[in-house]
Design a binder for this molecule. Structure first.
Ligand code: ZN
Length: 323
């Protein structure tokens, strides 16, 4: 019997949003409660907050201070989309901590697959937040895992190469900008061409999708992209991947503009997880966006994603036992 996949959550601290705010923060609690009602599917734990030093692996000291000490200007808070509060800062640190914990479990603890039940805050740049993103969890976890891997393996192992697969419907502009000059991190983003952010950054691979893109077209584009990634990173496969499994390409999303069905999104997740698993690339998932007209649709897509990841983790572990 293989132990279930590990998943880390950060929803215990509220963002303290004013009444009527459009960000659906209750989806994180609903997702956690879904799995708490079905014990044995996931090994869930609350995430530790990321430290200032960890955040500073990516973010400028001024920006880290501004968030943690409550010095964000009104304009900075508007660009993030959340009003500052001590709780907002604490929750943002814990969401980064959840991606760190998932990456550590997947890579350093040999789990192969693990998840952050929030995160995927890919619009955050080194020196500013944007679009409901305060800190860039995947970027911080990438740099920290490179440091920890290097310390553990010694210099002969070389630098840990990381692949970011960002399938949130919005471009991972912050992540692309952070790693623009960094050859050790391959950033891939597939997103709506006409969606936020309207001025896009250049990832290592960007795939722009037209409004209304549905399952068949989307999955075909993903196949082509995965082939391109393999050709471009060969012969050296990454030692770790992050997968931002946004639920916002779903046809019922308020912001997504695409037309993927729930089955299409699940096929997407299974395709990515199988591609990584066949190559024995450990992966840390994050949930990224999801703004369903009916929030139950968003949560159902995220449940599907976590269940697919939990199955991939079982396959990974069974193969590890046979090696
Ligand atoms: Zn999004």
């Amino acid at each position: 019997m293989v132990a279930p996949m590990r998943a880390f959550h950060s929803d215990a601290v509220s963002l303290m949003l004013p009444p009527g705010h459009t960000f659906p923060q209750s989806k994180y609690r609903l997702l956690r409660e879904h799995f708490e009602a079905q014990p044995g599917l996931l090994r869930m734990a609350p995430a530790e907050p990321a430290s200032e030093a960890e955040l500073a692996l990516v973010h400028t000291p001024d920006y880290v201070d501004a968030v943690l000490l409550g010095r964000l200007s009104a304009a900075q808070q508007r660009e993030i989309g959340f009003p500052w509060s001590p709780q907002m800062a604490e929750r943002s640190r814990r969401s980064v901590g959840a991606s760190i914990a998932a990456a550590r479990a997947a890579l350093l603890e040999g789990e192969g697959v693990a998840a952050n039940m929030a995160g995927g805050t890919h619009h955050a740049y080194a020196d500013k937040g944007s679009g409901y993103c305060v800190f860039n969890d995947v970027a911080v976890a990438t740099r920290l895992m490179q440091a920890e891997w290097h310390r553990r393996q010694g210099p002969a192992a070389g630098l840990l190469r990381v692949l970011v697969i960002d399938l949130d419907v919005h471009q991972g502009n912050g992540t692309a900008a952070i790693f623009r000059e960094d050859d050790s991190v391959f950033t891939f983003s597939m997103h709506g061409a006409k969606n936020f952010p309207f001025r896009k950054e250049t990832s290592d691979l960007d795939v722009d999708l037209a409004d209304g893109c549905a399952d068949a077209e989307y999955l075909a584009a993903l196949d082509v992209a995965l082939q391109q990634i393999e050709q471009r990173i060969a012969p050296q496969l990454p030692g770790l991947a992050f997968y931002l499994a946004g639920a916002d390409p779903h046809e019922g999303d308020r912001l997504g503009r695409l037309k993927l069905s729930s089955a299409g999104l699940l096929a997407r997740d299974e395709k990515v997880l199988a591609w990584l698993g066949q190559r024995r690339i450990p992966v840390a998932l994050s949930m990224a966006g999801g703004y369903g007209h009916d929030l139950a649709d968003t949560v159902a897509c995220q449940v599907n994603t976590l269940q697919a990841a939990a199955r991939a983790q079982q396959v990974w572990q069974q193969q590890a036992m046979q090696e």
